[in-house]
Design a protein around this ligand. Structure first.
Ligand SMILES: CCCCCCCC(=O)CC(=O)SCCNC(=O)CCNC(=O)[C@H](O)C(C)(C)COP(=O)(O)OP(=O)(O)OC[C@H]1O[C@@H](n2cnc3c(N)ncnc32)[C@H](O)[C@@H]1OP(=O)(O)O
Ligand SMILES: NC(=O)C1=CN([C@@H]2O[C@H](COP(=O)(O)OP(=O)(O)OC[C@H]3O[C@@H](n4cnc5c(N)ncnc54)[C@H](O)[C@@H]3O)[C@@H](O)[C@H]2O)C=CC1
Length: 719
């Protein structure tokens, strides 16, 4: 809807009304068309101001309308009519002007923004381009390089930057609508010839071809197979080289391709999934809207190794006071330096002062007596963690939340060691903890809703996509990852190379294939985890039962590399070789190839040709199947939770939506059929057998992902 009022005698004020972000739904577009017409036909009205209610100009097209039969007046003619008006139209931008919202403002003759407003064309993040003239008007207004930057990244700019770029004409600290009305009164009656952006020539740019070639190359590299950034460059190129009307035609063509692409669907799914996981619920009925988080002002971190340091930084940057405890003096000194360095670099990047004084360091756990929440990040050892939790229970004030950053250990077992198990939850960060955007909040069987709500809220404050998950070995992310890693090793045994497997996964869109990732995180880390699971014993890797552990197929390849001292990047040898420890450039290693050949010969394995498709199916479908088990077990509340975990924590390409969305796109029947095929070929790998839930979904006609919940509910009620 849009409301129309006449203000100051001569100004028609149009207010967009569609909470919470005044998205341009059909009724809003109709409202704009009607009210603009009314203002233009009223002889008393000399100029027009467009604003949004509740201090928000407009969040763009209504994303919920995409993928439905869109009705109502289209955006493009609506914006053209505003630009063609013979009375000045001023956009009063408060809050946000994003996507179609900014395109609407670019159709106005003047733009006035509040100093706190943010503007941008984020369509690329939804798999689209600014197709309501944004790709054609913005370059004409601010030049090709700046427009390319904004449109291909989708980044938001502040009002100050928008003013500097020339996107807005004025910035105010005061009431924006009042300022716009005053401005509109002043410019009423003035010529608008120089104010219609579509009539501007695109500013000249030397070496246009070289510029576009360079940008296209960079965009292709970073897009990892996403098509929208490429289309954005093509659209801006049209603005720079074609007359406006032809440019608009090109914008429309490119948009039509994107709009119907699976990538746009996947990215829009991600947008809503990211928001849906905030509305968490637990199997016992506790939920986000009925559980009250506790205030957390002061927190403690126990154990300042890789994870504890990052967690300390993340907490301090969120504004909390932090007590950082480390038992080893040398580690404590090193951690202090490392944490200060991370804070200083972060502050420099953001142009703010580092918050070093928010952290106090101690070797004594007694120092945490008055904190509201503790995050334990000591070694992955149940006995040690139990000891720490007992100490914390004795030291902390009543009601302090005790959180563990364990990667896979049993949160219930830890909780049972404390007098208040309801105060214990997992807060599983990902390395590096101050950078990675994912947090798994693990609730145990006795965690209180209040404890979960507090951890979820803290995660949100830290800027993490926080997902509440149940307690099981590896929770959601690592539980699925295990099978992905295992399939990759089996493929090596059967004839693949690390390069082939990584190539297929990187082509799919992962920033790094599985073997490059193992080298980066360290082969010693995986070895220690397998040892903890009782899978590794000295001498086992080459003995009789080398390829069978705990009654099923096992690949000792990673253990054999570990035994050679090949820990990956840190030793400059792993699945690849590196020029020096820590170097990021992975080079093929002939040693690994002959090692694999010898290994196969020793075990009587005959190498066969393995193609990219098999790599993807084996690695990804095994993981997806585990995702269905996780849903069946109620460990994740819905497919969105799993997908958000994979997109934010494991580099799953966002334009493919996440593993469960991908399964839906591929077709559940196909995934099931392939799993059956691979299970038949590898009967010693039980997890390749399609899960109950997958079978049920296929039997129910493969319903769309947003309705899986009903099938899951039915399955649970039958148990
Ligand atoms: C051939 C067809 C031709 C079509 C031509 C179309 C050309 C176009 O130009 C296409 C477009 O405009 S695409 C849309 C561009 N706009 C955006 O990407 C902004 C998306 N929203 C945001 O970034 C944040 O919500 C924002 C920064 C706005 C606010 O963040 P907050 O953290 O304050 O709040 P959220 O929790 O994110 O959002 C609050 C609720 O609002 C919903 N929402 C946000 N933006 C929306 C939008 N644009 N459309 C529909 N719903 C939207 C959001 O989902 C959330 O609701 P719940 O999910 O129910 O919680
Ligand atoms: N490294 C990773 O990528 C991830 C690790 N995790 C989990 O985080 C936890 C910590 O892992 P990392 O940081 O990698 O370990 P780390 O080995 O780098 O650091 C552990 C630190 O805890 C200290 N420590 C041991 N006992 C202590 C005690 N009683 N009081 C105070 N400090 C003590 C050690 O001296 C060491 O500095 C583990 O549970 C691990 O599974 C979780 C996510 C990712």
């Amino acid at each position: 809807m849009a409301q129309y009022t006449r203000v100051s005698g001569f100004v028609g004020l149009i207010t967009l009304q569609n909470p919470p972000v005044n998205a341009l739904s059909a009724p809003v577009r109709q409202g704009i068309v009607d009210t603009v017409q009314r203002a233009l036909s009223d002889p008393e009205v000399k100029s027009v101001v467009i604003c949004g209610q509740n201090g928000i100009f407009c969040g763009g097209a209504d994303i919920k309308e995409f993928g439905t039969d869109m009705f109502g007046p289209p955006l493009i003619p609506m914006i053209h009519a505003i630009e063609a008006a013979n009375k000045p139209v001023v956009a009063a931008i408060e809050g946000i002007a994003l996507g179609g919202g900014l395109e609407l403002a670019l159709g106005c003759h003047y733009r006035i923004a509040h100093s706190k407003a943010r503007l941008g064309l984020p369509e690329v993040t939804l798999g689209l381009l600014p197709a309501a003239g944004g790709s054609q008007r913005l370059p004409r207004l601010i030049g090709v390089p700046a427009a390319l930057n904004l449109i291909t990244t989708g980044r938001h700019v502040t009002a100050a930057e928008a003013l500097q770029l020339g996107i807005v004409d004025q910035v105010t600290d005061h009431n924006t609508v009042d300022a716009a009305v005053k401005f509109a009164l002043r410019v009423g009656g003035q010529s608008l010839d120089a104010r219609r952006i579509s009539t501007y020539p695109c500013p000249q740019q030397p070496d246009l071809d070289a510029l576009f070639e360079d940008v296209m190359q960079k965009v292709r590299q970073s897009a990892r197979g996403a098509i929208a950034p490429v289309a954005c460059v093509q659209a801006v190129r049209a603005a720079a080289t074609l007359p406006y009307t032809q440019g608009m035609e090109r914008e429309k063509e490119l948009m039509a391709t994107l709009f119907t692409s699976g990538q746009a669907r996947a990215l829009q799914y991600c947008f809503f999934a990211q928001r849906a996981v905030g509305r968490w619920k637990m199997p016992n009925g506790a939920r986000w809207d009925t559980s009250k988080p506790r205030p957390v002002h002061k927190a403690a971190v126990i154990g300042l190794g890789t994870m504890g340091r990052g967690i300390t930084v993340a907490l301090a940057q969120t504004g909390l006071s932090v007590i950082a405890v480390e038992s080893q003096e040398k580690q404590l000194m090193e951690a202090k330096q490392a944490v200060s360095g991370m804070l200083e670099r972060g502050a420099k990047r953001r142009g703010v002062a580092p918050v070093l004084d928010r952290i106090s360091y101690s070797q004594d756990i007694q120092a945490v007596a008055d904190v509201d929440l503790v995050i334990e990040a000591v070694f992955e050892d149940m006995a040690l963690k139990t000891k720490v939790f007992r100490q914390l229970s004795a030291v902390c004030k009543p009601g302090t939340l005790l959180c563990t950053n364990t990667s896979a250990l049993d949160v219930d077992q830890l909780a049972s060691e404390t007098p208040n198990p309801e105060l214990v939850v997992g807060m599983h960060f990902f390395a590096p903890a101050h950078v990675m955007k994912l947090l798994e909040v693990v609730y145990g069987s006795r965690s209180s809703p209040e404890a979960v709500a507090t951890a979820m809220q803290l995660g949100k404050k830290m800027g993490k996509a926080s997902v509440a998950v149940g307690n099981c070995r590896g929770f959601v992310g690592n539980r699925m990852l295990k099978l992905y890693l295992e399939q990759a090793s089996f493929l090596l045994e059967e004839g693949a190379t690390p390069e082939l497997v990584d190539g297929a996964l990187e082509e799919f869109g992962f920033p790094m294939g599985v073997f490059r990732m193992s080298d980066l995180s360290g082969l010693d880390v995986g070895w220690r985890i397998r040892k903890g699971e009782g899978l590794v014993e000295p001498g086992m890797a080459s003995g009789q039962s080398a390829r069978i552990r705990q009654g099923r197929r096992y690949s000792p390849l990673g253990d054999l590399l570990y035994e050679q001292g090949r820990f990956g990047l840190k030793t400059s040898r792993g699945w690849y070789q590196y020029d020096k420890p820590g170097s990021r450039v992975a080079r093929s290693d002939p040693w690994v190839h002959s090692f694999l050949e010898e290994y196969r010969a020793r075990h009587g394995l005959v190498a066969r040709n393995i193609d990219h498709q098999e790599v993807l199916e084996r690695c990804l479908y095994a993981m997806i199947n585990e995702g269905f088990h996780i849903l069946e077990d109620g460990i994740a509340a819905g497919p969105e939770d799993i997908d958000v975990i994979y997109v934010f924590g494991f580099g799953w390409p966002r334009h493919r939506g996440g593993p469960m969305f991908y399964a839906d796109m591929v077709g559940l029947a196909k995934v099931m059929e392939k799993l059956e095929h691979y299970h038949q070929a590898h009967p010693d790998v039980p997890y390749l057998q399609p899960s109950n839930l997958l079978r049920k979904l296929v039997a129910s006609g493969s319903p769309p992902i947003h309705t899986w919940g009903e099938v899951i509910k039915k399955l649970h009620s039958q148990l």
